[in-house]
Write a protein that binds this ligand. Structure first.
Ligand SMILES: [Zn+2]
Length: 453
């Protein structure tokens, strides 16, 4: 007698999509069969789609230190409602930033107390915590994040070239993964000063301060440094098809590099940003419609590793300004990644469900070293499961968002698919429009052989 059997959905497995019954025992997928197994709880899911839980490699929950911005409780509930069952949380926006072991311990305590989804943690590489990289690696971070762009965060600092380069040398010795935010700092800050001196404070000025070449240049430099040092690299939020092609070209020559595209870079354009203003401010910024469609071509061709949210919330008032330089840069998106990708990818552009599962679950779990425990519906994996209805249009209202500060550039948008029910290790965590308060996430340390190749 199994604990749970989910029967009759179109189940998205690594081997393809099949109508099947998924049996769960002790939080783990026990069987995938044609006929329902005996189980204490059985559910008929005819007409629904069963997907693996989303693994989001790029989220900022801002706790400890800025819990009033989001925090693990709000952030993880928004995650659960969006079908995200594993988050890999970034070192910055929390205070202190996760750049040494005591700071990691503080973040772990907050996450263990409040997270309702499973979590892994990135450490940070910055000027100058190079002596902390080895202890952080030993403590179980899944990789490191560095900013090539100088930022004013209060706790996290960027990694200028010599720190990036020597940090990569150390990470190569540890066989640790480095994620980079790749934008040319000197160019962007110089352009920003010029525009500010002209009195510009409009959204278009933000676009002019972050021209495509500022991202392309930094991606190329990061690739070159990583090649020279032998460091495994993951490029976050690639917004340019040109940058993606550069990454694919060096990978074809054997370099160990992966990249992610954010859902907002596939579903909003620079024209949306000019219309919406600060609520859609992010870095790299939203790009023109031709580049957005070219990114979709890469997605549909199977040439993008994974899709992330870069969930980066803030108090609503930090978006409520007409001065684009003052507005917080980030998109509040973790709850919408899967509905957006189902709607714009699967329903609108014919993205196959098994390819969607690769982008949102399998590949990110592999990059994080969490596969095969996470990332796919297969026997022996954690029963992190999402029941989706692909025939259920709905329009996003502010009150649908579970973030602490429910702003979003997507309010008013109509989605074609809905996340109905979500299981974390076999326990329902989202059902009937509610997050189950008793469910708690676990800390995940990298275990499997990490890609990339
Ligand atoms: Zn980010």
């Amino acid at each position: 007698m199994l604990d749970l059997s989910l029967n009759g959905a179109r189940v998205v497995t690594p081997g393809g999509v099949q109508v099947a019954c998924v049996g769960v025992q002790d939080g783990v997928i026990h069987s995938i069969t044609d006929t329902p197994p005996a189980a204490r709880t059985s559910l008929d899911l005819s007409g629904k789609v069963l997907l693996p839980g989303v693994v989001d490699l790029h989220v900022h929950f801002s706790e400890p230190g800025r819990t009033h911005w989001e925090g693990w409780a709000f952030g993880s509930r928004a995650a659960a409602a969006g079908g995200v069952t594993t988050v890999v949380e970034m070192p910055l926006n929390a205070i202190p930033a996760t750049t040494n072991v005591p700071a990691l311990d503080l973040k772990l305590a907050a996450a263990r107390a409040h997270s309702q989804v499973d979590f892994a943690l990135w450490g940070g590489l910055m000027e100058d915590n190079r002596a902390d990289l080895r202890p952080l690696h030993a403590a179980g971070v899944m990789g490191f994040k560095a900013f090539m762009l100088e930022i004013d965060d209060g706790s996290f600092r960027h990694a200028p070239d010599h720190i990036l380069y020597t940090g990569m040398r150390e990470l190569a010795r540890l066989d640790a993964l480095l994620a980079v935010h790749a934008e040319n700092s000197a160019l962007i800050h110089g352009l920003s000063r010029d525009l500010q001196a002209q009195g510009r404070r409009d959204p278009q000025a933000w676009l002019e301060a972050h021209p495509p070449v500022s991202e392309l240049d930094a991606v190329r430099r990061a690739l070159l440094f990583a090649q020279d040092t032998g460091c495994r690299l993951h490029v976050v939020h690639v917004s340019l098809p040109e940058a993606a092609r550069d990454i694919l070209a060096v990978r074809a020559q054997g370099q160990a590099v992966t990249y992610e595209v954010c859902a907002h870079h596939l579903t909003l354009t620079d024209a949306d940003f000019v219309r919406l203003g600060a609520v859609a401010k992010c870095a790299p910024p939203l790009r023109d419609a031709a580049r957005v469609e070219a990114l979709w071509e890469l997605v549909l061709a199977g040439e993008v590793d994974c899709i992330t949210s870069d969930h980066s919330p803030c108090p609503t008032e930090d978006k409520a300004t007409s001065n684009i330089w003052e507005a917080w840069g980030g998109i509040n998106g973790i709850q919408l990644t899967l509905p957006l990708m189902l709607t714009e990818g699967v329903l609108r552009r014919g993205l196959k469900l098994e390819d969607l599962a690769q982008l949102l679950s399998t590949r990110p779990a592999q990059i994080a070293g969490l596969y095969p425990r996470k990332g796919a519906i297969q026997v022996g994996a954690d029963a992190d499961l999402v029941v989706a209805d692909l025939n259920s249009p709905w329009t996003l209202r502010r009150e649908d968002l579970l973030s602490q500060h429910p702003w979003s550039p997507f309010i008013g948008r109509t989605f074609g698919a809905r996340v109905e029910r979500v299981y974390l290790r076999g326990q329902p965590v989202w059902e009937g429009g509610h997050v189950m308060p008793e469910v708690r996430g676990q800390w995940l340390r990298p275990q499997g052989a990490a890609v990339p190749t």
